[in-house]
Design a protein around this ligand. Structure first.
Ligand code: 13P
Ligand code: SF4
Length: 315
């Protein structure tokens, strides 16, 4: 089926089935266009919790769709490509993490939302890149903390808060692959540009960034900035929203690999128009979870949302 027909069929099926499409900023442009809500993982988790549709089609990766199911278990949650995972989630397996946790019984566990429900169920508090720093700062200074699974995000928070959180050895394969040298070369070519980076980037790159923040924080920063040129160290999908909101500004991508001019997350790009259409039509692949995991994983997510409201991060 050609693209225009696929789009009209998706819109028709969505209405017919009382479905909502939630799309992450890293999705393909055409999927972002069809999404009822586009957002970062924190905003999409909130949206999933609040919506009263019969079906959520989550255009993102597996852990995001799982989070939607945990927060809205009576809703049918579909993920166009069920194999769309994340290198961070894959780096942290339940059995290994339970062993690590048992070795540090006096530590509380904060897990980045980019992890499986199994890891969430082993955690005390979940965070996203949009709230991690403030959540950690809100805890007593002598509180011992394990931070999983992103050592770059955890290391960044340690550096700005002066904490000594124990870090799980996981990375985002896209952000970690971006090099500080690439940024320095771009800075020489564009001396008037501001460097903005996601905290999943490695420490060396973050050192040469002018602004560090989550996808949403970067969007807000660009909109408020008087500058006209930005070197962007994050996944390429976000450039669609950046360009749409700021047609007068220029964006330069920090490539993740030599000889490639993008920084695409291959997992995020697994969802296609075709898969979105068949998923809505056939109501599969569906996120199916047992009630016990949902209950256990829900607690630290609700704690995150409550604390984020208390701290004024979200409404
Ligand atoms: P956000 O929490 O900023 O949406 O990022 C999610 C993600 O997967 C980053 O790589
Ligand atoms: Fe995971 Fe990185 Fe892809 Fe985000 S960009 S989904 S952290 S692999």
């Amino acid at each position: 089926m050609e693209a225009e027909k696929l789009k009209s069929e998706i819109i028709r099926l969505k209405k017919e089935k009382n479905a909502v499409i939630l799309g992450h900023y890293y999705q393909r442009d055409e999927i972002q266009d069809l999404s009822d809500y586009i957002g970062d993982s924190l905003a999409l988790a909130q949206m999933a919790q609040q919506c009263n549709n019969d079906i959520i089609v989550f255009c993102g990766v597996h852990f995001m769709a799982e989070t939607a199911k945990i927060l809205n278990p009576s809703c049918k949650v579909l993920l166009p490509d069920i194999t769309a995972t994340c290198s961070l989630a894959e780096s942290c397996k339940g059995e290994d993490f339970a062993r690590f946790k048992a070795q540090h019984p006096d530590h509380m566990v904060i897990s980045y939302v980019n992890c499986s429900a199994e890891i969430k169920a082993l955690s005390d508090l979940i965070c996203t890149s949009g709230n991690a720093e403030k959540l950690v700062r809100s805890l007593p200074e002598d509180q011992k903390i394990i931070f999983a699974p992103d050592k770059n995000l955890g290391g960044y928070i340690n550096s700005v808060t002066g904490r000594h959180m124990l870090l799980w050895d996981g990375v985002c394969m896209v952000h970690d692959a971006m090099r500080a040298e690439t940024v320095m070369k771009l800075k020489l070519e564009h001396p008037d540009a501001v460097v903005i980076a996601h905290p999943e980037c490695n420490g060396a790159l973050l050192k040469v960034a002018d602004f560090i923040g989550s996808t949403k924080a970067m969007l807000t920063y660009i909109e408020k900035s008087g500058k006209k040129k930005f070197i962007v160290a994050t996944e390429t999908g976000i450039l669609y929203e950046m360009r749409k909101n700021n047609p007068d500004k220029e964006f330069i991508t920090v490539t993740a690999k030599e000889g490639c001019n993008c920084a695409d997350c291959s997992y995020m790009k697994q969802n296609t128009l075709e898969k979105l259409y068949t998923c809505l039509r056939d109501e599969t692949p569906e996120i199916v979870m047992d009630a016990d995991t949902i209950e256990k994983a829900k607690l630290p997510i609700i704690r995150m949302l409550d604390l984020s409201k208390q701290l004024g991060i979200i409404k």
